[in-house]
Design a protein around this ligand. Structure first.
Ligand code: URP
Ligand code: ZN
Ligand code: ZN
Length: 455
């Protein structure tokens, strides 16, 4: 089946130009002027932008966490993704104690494959690094999962790995061409501060922030970066949210180290002040939103190129579950929603003039594809690439409200936010999966993306 998108403005990470785009089946086959087809569908994209689909490299779908399971199933999360212009979703397969890595991946893939509405990939979150598991890293890489996550936090939840394990992982990752992502917060400080506040009767969401403020995250950022530099291993800092950590990333990159930093829209938009709100617990995630200064440093990091990726850390919980922490912030399941808001939010910021559209494509699509090994099929608009595309209307005004979202969660931290411009259509490998507010895809359509970091 041929699809011709005519008269649009194509935007990649490096170029902006008017052209027609010809798609055959799942692939882009040509880009040019005045293209025609004998048979098939023609879409007029006059005054619209055509962008590569976003790649959200940080989601937690139906993840057992915080005494419950995150609210979006693989189907709901990937449906929401499609409706926000995300055409590839990375999920974290969390290793349980005693489990092997391939076993961990297979178990999640069995759940995900029949539900996925867009393409998907996994990182494995390593929690139990026995000798045989370290040996299995290479097998996971060969399987197409060359990225792993280490939690430096969540000690009580049993997810944390210690520094010696992190060092082992970093060393091994060099040998097998893998990338280690770290959730950097000082677990001991989080725990002691939490206990102290609760003992003092300081139980509101504000104390979630105070239990893990800037220096608690920055210390772990610096420790992780120091280890990576010392072992000359690449590292990827997930959900960076503080200015001091940002400075350390910049310094390491200026020194020539392969250090990547990811931040999330919630850190670019909200500050710690949200925890003083009546609904503050809905914003509880880790690391928490930080100060205005940290937020400004993240935007500067984006402009300088020291933030490589913007992804969501999509991990929503229902209001009722967030309410468990009404009288004790430590009982609030950690995580917020965002997969449907990532691209619209970042593109709206571009549309308002804060950064360029090319930069948004770089952060949300082409860098994720390059860093995590799914280029050249994903992350750009070029002949031979997958037809993962978003047609974006820069003139559409859109106010985010929960009833317009497509996930299974019953509220959104983005409620009421006014966006300038909005995705009109999303195509996943040539198939229309979203059009003008409506999800048109189907569960089971999404493919597992086998990746490799070999250059
Ligand atoms: O609060 C968060 N971020 N929840 C999801 C798990 C994680 O830390 O990434
Ligand atoms: Zn995390
Ligand atoms: Zn996360």
């Amino acid at each position: 089946m041929s699809l011709l998108i005519k008269n649009g403005t194509i935007i990649t990470a490096t170029d902006t130009f008017k052209a027609d785009l010809l798609i055959e089946g799942e692939k882009i086959i040509s880009i040019g002027k005045d293209l025609t087809i004998e048979q098939g569908e023609i879409i007029d994209a006059t005054d619209q932008y055509i962008l590569p689909g976003a790649i959200d490299v940080h989601t937690h779908l139906e993840m057992p966490f915080g005494g419950t399971v995150s609210a979006d199933s693989y189907e709901a999360g990937t449906r929401a993704a499609a409706c926000g212009g995300v055409t590839t979703v990375f999920d974290f397969a969390i290793q349980n104690e005693g489990q092997g890595l391939i076993e961990t991946i297979n178990k999640r893939d069995k759940l995900c494959a029949p539900q996925a509405c867009v393409d998907y990939a996994f990182h494995v979150a390593i929690t139990d690094l026995r000798a045989e598991v370290l040996g299995e890293l290479e097998d996971a890489v060969a399987y197409g999962v060359p990225s792993f996550k280490a939690f430096m936090a969540y000690k009580k939840a049993g997810l944390m790995i210690d520094d010696a394990v992190l060092a082992d992982l970093l060393e091994k990752s060099k040998e097998v061409r893998a990338l280690i992502g770290v959730h950097a917060e000082n677990a001991d400080l989080v725990e002691s501060r939490t206990e102290k506040f609760l003992a003092e009767g300081k139980t509101s969401a504000w104390y979630h922030y105070l239990s893990r403020p800037e220096f608690v995250e920055a210390e772990a950022n610096k420790r992780a970066i120091h280890l990576a530099k010392s072992l000359d291993a690449p590292i990827y800092i997930v959900h960076l949210a503080n200015a001091e950590g940002m400075d350390e990333v910049t310094k390491a990159r200026d020194e020539g180290y392969e250090i990547y930093a990811e931040t999330c829209p919630q850190y670019l938009h909200f500050t710690k002040e949200v925890y003083k709100r009546e609904d503050g617990r809905n914003f509880v995630c880790s690391p928490p939103m930080k100060s205005q200064e940290s937020q400004a440093a993240l935007w500067e990091g984006i402009k300088r190129g020291d933030i490589s990726v913007v992804a969501t850390d999509h991990c929503p919980f229902q209001s009722e579950e967030k309410d468990w922490g009404e009288d004790d912030f430590s009982k609030i399941p950690n995580g917020c929603m965002g997969v449907e808001n990532l691209y619209p939010y970042m593109l709206s910021e571009a549309n308002k003039g804060r950064i360029s559209f090319n930069k948004v494509v770089e952060l949300c699509s082409s860098n994720p594809a390059r860093i995590f090994g799914c280029a050249p099929d994903k992350g750009t608009i070029a002949p031979g690439a997958d037809a993962d595309l978003v047609i974006y209307d820069p003139k559409q005004e859109f106010t985010i409200t929960q009833d317009k979202m497509h996930s299974d969660v019953d509220h959104t931290i983005w409620e009421g936010l006014q966006l300038k411009g909005y995705p009109r259509m999303t195509f996943s490998r040539g198939r229309l999966v979203f059009k003008e507010g409506k999800f048109l895809g189907e569960a089971g359509w999404g493919n597992f993306i086998k990746r490799s970091l070999d250059k």
